[in-house]
Design a protein around this ligand. Sequence first.
Ligand code: SF4
Ligand code: SF4
Length: 228
Amino acid sequence: MIVAGKKPFAEINEMVKDHKKIMIAGCGTCVAVCMAGGEKEVELLASQLRLARKKDGKEVEIVEATVTRQCDREYMEPILDQARECDAVISMACGVGIQYLSDLIEEIPMYPGVNTRFIGTNESEGVWLERCMMCGNCVLGETGGICPIAICAKGLLNGPCGGTNKGKCEVSPDKDCAWTLIYNRLEKQGKLDNIREIFPPKKYSLHVNPITQVNPAYQHAQMEEHHG
Ligand code: SF4
Ligand code: SF4
């Protein structure tokens, strides 16, 4: 899932200080699970904004709207007209959802209500860990299912570095060394020979943003759309 954290209220309040009718748009998927931008957080932010305006003696109308996914047009359609009646939208989705909503209602100023951080797992209650940096050429099959790029502090494709110390990382001793984890996992799988394999440098030059992926079944239709 995509993990995001709430933006400080003072920052959001400052961004929208000149707007009088504001939609706060939540997203019911990743950001709801990591307690940053779901329905409850929308409700909380709306109350904070109303209170702050009241304290300043200023009027504000807040519209609360949480959809299942802000990165999917079909879920967005029902709230677009409502959003167009506002003079600003705070999106509580990840950076993808925020941009997509802004594309759909270009004329309305859009503000982020969260800081989007990484793709990761929910390790335990209230704790999320980054797991993948979307390198586009996954090596997990060789590394025992543990990502050296996301879990190693230096993103080393060939490790460990000389600083690994009793299974901990030299960059941050409270974190496990990714390459020790990989070694231990490969040992359990009887695949320790993998550790001798040297990975060639990744071709990051092939990773040109923004990346587009088209399912083969839709490629023909896309080409026709582009070439008329
Ligand atoms: S190697 Fe790591 S960063 Fe690359 S796709 Fe696999 S999990 Fe993601
Ligand atoms: S100690 Fe381990 S996790 Fe830390 S930078 Fe070196 S190889 Fe990576």
